[in-house]
Write a protein that binds this ligand. Structure first.
Ligand SMILES: [Fe+2]
Length: 262
């Protein structure tokens, strides 16, 4: 993808400051209309394979046939996420791997996969909207409680925090509290063509449910695992891999086998 992005350290510093202050940074008009059309064509073809139900593809292999490869392979993009990681941690990331995910929320399973608040395993999250519903009140908006926690020194603390939040009971409670207005997450309206950057590891986030019959598709790029190589990280990856397989089994077509990253 022939886009150019801010990539020197000073520009990355500004973006990092924006994410710290506002919860996210938005890069406008990065993906062209024709590129969006290609991404939508790929997503549509796979949405049909899944009979209009939720699916998520994780990893480079699963997405190698899509245009997303030219995003995670873009040297500017690599440099940008690397610089953001450096800005946030004052360290180099242990790995330069960018882990892509394509997520399509639709149908009944899509309802269940919504409101699933979580912290990402990796620090830098870049979100590329592909299909965003524009009609009605249930548009699958991105909800974020930004920068709730710091990067933890302790892997164990990270795992405990994730376990406390990422379970059925807490999610139901949070959904109820948001519905009643007791909790007010930041809602980020997503515009296809733009890229949204936030600290996925530090920010509790989820998408709202979508109305029946609408499709919400986003590509997500994960970069920089602060606990890379730890046993806990490996166990989380295995857990997510099994979970994604279970969901895909329910919705029909099988994604190509891959490793998972969140
Ligand atoms: Fe996430």
């Amino acid at each position: 993808m022939p886009f150019s992005l801010p990539m020197n350290d000073q520009q990355a510093e500004q973006l990092a400051a924006e994410i710290n202050a506002n919860g996210f940074a938005r890069l406008r008009n990065v993906i062209s209309q024709s590129e969006l059309q290609q991404l939508r064509g790929f997503t549509d073809a796979h949405a049909q394979l899944h009979h209009g139900e939720y699916f998520a593809y994780h990893g480079e292999k699963a997405l190698s046939q899509s245009l997303l490869g030219s995003i995670w392979g873009n040297p500017d993009f690599k440099q940008l996420v690397g610089a953001l990681y450096r800005q946030a941690t004052h360290q180099e990331s242990a790995s330069d791997r960018i882990f892509p995910v394509l997520r399509c929320v639709q149908g009944n399973v899509g309802q269940k996969e919504s409101n699933c608040f979580h912290f990402d395993a990796s620090l830098v999250t870049a979100l590329v909207p592909i299909f965003i519903p524009t009609e009605g009140s249930d548009r699958g908006d991105l909800m974020v409680f930004p920068n709730l926690r710091k990067v933890r020194n302790s892997v164990l603390l990270n795992v405990i925090e994730k376990a406390l939040v990422q379970n059925r009971f807490t999610r139901k409670l949070m959904t109820l509290a948001i519905d009643r207005g007791w909790l007010k997450p930041q809602t980020i309206p997503l515009v296809p063509g733009d890229i949204y950057l936030f600290w996925g590891y530090r920010s509790l986030h989820a998408n709202k449910a979508c109305g029946a019959g609408v499709k919400r598709a986003t590509a997500i790029f994960h970069f920089g695992d602060p606990h890379a190589g730890s046993l806990a990280t490996r166990l989380i990856l295995q857990f997510n891999q099994r979970r994604a397989r279970r969901v895909s089994d329910k919705t029909g077509a099988q994604p190509p086998k891959s490793t998972l990253g969140q």
